[in-house]
Design a binder for this molecule. Sequence first.
Ligand code: MN
Length: 510
Amino acid sequence: MIEKWLSPSAKTFLETVATYLPPADVSKLANTITYADEAHAGQRRQSGEEYLIHPIATAGILAFYHLDTATLQAALLHDVPEDTDRTGPDIQRHFGKEVARLVDGVTKLSQVRLKKSWLASLQASSDENRSENFENFDRHVETLRKMFLAMSHDIRVVLIKLADRLHNMATLGSLTPDKRVRIAQETLQVYAPLANRLGIGQLKGQLEDLAFPHAYPEAYAWLSEKLTSELTRRERYIERVRRILLKRLAAIGIRAEGHARAKHIYSLWKKLERHDRDLTKIFDLVAARIIVPTVEDCYRTLGLIHQIWKPLPGRIKDYIAIPKPNGYQSLHTTVFALGGTITEIQIRTPAMHHWAEYGIAAHWAYKDSGQAPQKLSWIEELAKLQQTLSDPEEWKKGVTLDFFQDRIFVFTPHGDILDLPIGATPIDFAFGIHSDLGRHCVGAKVNGRIVPLSHSLENGDIMEVLTSRKASPKTDWLRLARTSRARSLIKRSLDLNRGQTKRKGELNGR
Ligand code: MN
């Protein structure tokens, strides 16, 4: 599928959307392409190709998931405000509020970036401070993931950003090695985990596999060499298993489909790292996947398999009764199959298969019922998703709805991020960075404009603290501060000043 969208044309894109959208929407999209083409006229990507290929590819990936027209339009326009002289308001005039809002969301998200210095400190780690640097790095990427979601407001913005990244990853080759590593790490640490949390297994696997060779070239070279012969051998073997199973299932009246599923190379690598890099310990390198019509058929199929081949104890997993946190459902079993070879088999219905590949994207897909796709607000949707997204492993670091509802993310001019409560002011920001910066703060610039210290900061603001050596905290700052950190530092500083004035007074009096 990526191959198809590597250098797509407007024509193939419009043909694809015509398979599921009404003609009126197709012509809307054709107009949007014309607008984007004019806006980007004369621009080329780093690879030298015409710029328009990128937005069309981004929209094309989303068309593969059958997303609604507004999302596709926003995907076609996603780089317009940042890279051309056409503005957000101009987009709104042409295409309406919804499209403009989605484009604006994507534009804002471009601030969410893995900092080069974080990566450098991780790579330069000596053995003593290695784990500490890893912890810092983990905290940094976790903040990035939270910020990414908190700033999106609409899941469709996240989907556009993921598609944008997928195409960028597929065309990463033309960038400098430094940039490639940074973007590949950002993809592995921020984008792929988000795709996974949203249940879009296919996208997650593609993002990781495209990033892997850039992020860990040596590991990739080692593993891909080992895999070439092994994969074909195991795929041939699974094919034999599949044929036997389908025949036996047909005999008891179950019409099944099946295919061999090779594990994505990056997730295989992560698993290998936990198993001493020993490929013989990985039983699901290639798994047999059996798709049967109903849930009942799933359990009957499992029973049949266990009658034919003995299961490996402790490896039978019922993700139908107990779905994975991201909504994934299937039955998994590992059996001693042909010649006693340990073999993983996954059993699921077509609907479960659909969710496993498309996840939340399926939920936003255009539904041919005359109704617009569901447009729940992002927060409502996340509330619903919470149950499925509440994997204690993945989310234990405090990614909860509460967290998002009352937090904002503000940047320093150097791109560092501060996470603050809603309603936070420049005072909170200054003290949040350093107590000295807070104490000597006289004013603030937000997005290049001078604002009063009472100014309410907003998500995505870039803030600069203006200081003077002589300045010191005032009592009314306590009223302006929202964070307990700023409050207590202000109080301490006021007490100290009072103490000094008093002492001075006493001295003078003597
Ligand atoms: Mn882009």
